[in-house]
Ligand binder design. Structure first.
Ligand SMILES: *Cc1c(COP(=O)(O)O)cnc(C)c1O
Length: 203
């Protein structure tokens, strides 16, 4: 299981310190903030995950500089990412974001639409479909958290039974990582529990 350090709102120095302790996987949500940080840390062998909402007019930066996108939810964005992925880089790893309980501003496709989008992504030459991701609505109890994450795992299982080959489940944040791991997460995305509270000026 991989630990992706979600470093939005953190200065490049904080990422460098964590990298010094051996952390290699980092996730960023906002491109304006991410681009200078990636440049400042380009001497380190890091893997970069894009975990924010991706607009169609910003796909090129992601295609050129990131290794993973966790939040794909539209075919149009997938097509652009594939077209813009440089030929000298390996295919861009993709997780499709699934909306388990629709919430405004969070993105994601309904589970029923996942198969069509997954099939479309799989056909694109410069993308590598890896799995599913969710940002579930906040739940206090472990049992409710587990129920939501189990839905994502079941969705992945259905797609694999239908002939896809998804090996990744990106789920679990600081407040619900235990339930996510129990339900089979292959990547947890942790910000606050690693870095402490985000500086107030950040998003
Ligand atoms: C901010 C964020 C996280 C990390 O949240 P924490 O509660 O700080 O651990 C994980 N995933 C996504 C998509 C995020 O935006």
């Amino acid at each position: 299981m991989a630990l992706v350090a979600i470093s939005k709102g953190q200065p490049a120095d904080a990422l460098r310190r964590l990298a010094g302790d051996g952390q290699r996987e980092f996730g960023e949500n906002y491109l304006q903030e991410a681009v200078p940080k990636l440049a400042a840390l380009s001497d380190l062998p890091l893997t970069w995950h894009f975990t924010g909402q991706l607009q169609a007019n910003k796909t090129r930066i992601v295609a050129e500089r990131f290794d993973w996108v966790h939040t794909l939810d539209r075919e149009r964005i997938a097509i652009r990412l594939s077209e813009q992925r440089p030929a000298d880089l390996p295919p861009l790893n993709i997780c499709i974001q699934i909306s388990l309980a629709p919430e405004p501003g969070k993105g994601g496709v309904e589970p029923a639409a996942a198969a069509d989008l997954a099939t479309a992504v799989q056909a694109l030459p410069r993308l590598r479909l890896r799995g599913l991701m969710c940002i579930p609505p906040h739940r206090e109890s472990y049992a409710e958290q587990l129920a939501l994450f189990t839905q994502l795992a079941a969705c992945r299982d259905r797609l694999n039974e239908a002939g896809l080959h998804l090996d990744a489940l990106s789920m679990g944040m600081s407040s619900d990582l235990e339930a996510a791991i129990r339900a089979g997460a292959t990547m947890v995305r942790i910000g606050t529990a690693l870095f402490g509270e985000r500086p107030a000026k950040a998003h």
